[in-house]
Ligand binder design. Structure first.
Ligand code: RIB
Ligand code: CA
Length: 313
């Protein structure tokens, strides 16, 4: 029986690659894809979700949710990493947005339609999750599991020295999500940055005879250039794909139960994820955190998932 999932995302190139993997994995039933602002604006993220679906043309079209801007507009986005359009400046023209349902409403309706069956996979800021939980206070008890790509346990952020991007963009919503009673898994930078993909990854993509091969060859070169020009790195991270792997192949990870929270103030520390790892922790554990990863087997999962996508498109 395929696992029912909702993917909340801010495409974003790594989000787009994760969607390319998820939509064609027979172990997953992607019930809905909901856009959130983050790498790009709410409007652009919503357009990108639709573009990705149109380009990949999966057998079953998931319900789509459109993003609205977070209550407090963040200081930055990640267009420098993902392109002005969030998809490597690939220039896809999306037709008019077909689905005008707000992401938080799509999440509430889908979870209520399948209580205790849905895994919420969060690949962007947690704005929609907080809004869904505030819209329907019983929802946390009806979600099977919340899996979040975000945060860092070792304290090494990416958007600031202390904070990871998804949490930093909307720390108040991240605190609401991580303090909610839903069963949670966090996939932090500590493990996602261990998977480094070189240009060989492009050679291993499905053929450009396939829709997914053409799409990924269109969007991926930008992020390789951005990592080289901005970070001086010849390899890239696809953080969201690692989070997806933690859902589909949890045995490739080691999880530790921790008590964690989010700093929502602080000139230097806003968006930092803070964990009680004292010898005698006082905070009550509230999430399973991926701290170990089998890098070669996660990389093999990437290849396998994209092969399946290539065979299906
Ligand atoms: O910090 C990495 C995360 O921020 C990823 O989800 C990436 O897409 C960006 O949203
Ligand atoms: Ca993302």
């Amino acid at each position: 029986m395929a696992r029912k999932v909702i993917i909340d995302c801010d495409p974003g190139i790594d989000d787009a690659v994760a969607l390319s993997m998820a939509l064609f994995d027979p172990r997953l039933d992607v019930v809905a894809i909901t856009a959130t602002a983050g790498n790009v604006s709410a409007a652009q993220s919503s357009r990108n979700v639709q573009t990705i679906i149109e380009q990949l043309d999966p057998l079953r079209y998931p319900r789509l949710g459109v993003a609205t801007a977070p209550d407090t507009s963040p200081a930055t986005d990640a267009r420098y990493m993902h392109g002005e359009d969030g998809l490597g400046n690939s220039g896809y023209q999306v037709s008019r947005l077909h689905h005008q349902h707000p992401s938080e409403k799509v999440i509430c309706d889908a979870v209520r339609a399948d209580p205790n069956c849905i895994t919420l996979i969060c690949l962007g800021p947690l704005t929609n999750i907080a809004r869904a939980f505030q819209r329907d206070p019983d929802l946390p008890s009806m979600v099977d599991r919340l899996v979040v790509m975000g945060g860092c346990v070792d304290g090494n952020g990416n958007v600031t020295p202390a904070a990871e991007f998804n949490i930093y963009q909307d720390p108040v919503s991240a605190r609401v999500a991580l303090r909610s009673p839903v069963t949670k898994t966090l996939v932090p930078l500590d493990v996602t940055r261990q998977v480094e993909l070189t240009l060989d990854f492009l050679d291993e993509l499905p053929s450009d005879e396939t829709r997914v091969g053409r799409f990924l060859r269109q969007i991926l070169p930008f992020i390789f250039r951005a990592y080289h020009q901005r970070l001086g790195q010849e390899s890239i991270h696809l953080h969201d794909c690692v989070a997806l792997a933690a859902v589909v192949e949890p045995d490739l990870f080691d999880f530790t139960e921790l008590a964690g929270d989010v700093e929502t103030q602080g000139e230097l520390t806003m968006g930092a994820t803070v964990f009680d790892r004292r010898r005698n922790p006082q905070w009550r554990p509230n999430m399973d955190v991926a701290l170990g990863i089998d890098v070669p087997r996660v990389s093999a999962y990437f290849t396998h998932a994209l092969t399946l996508a290539g065979n299906a498109t």
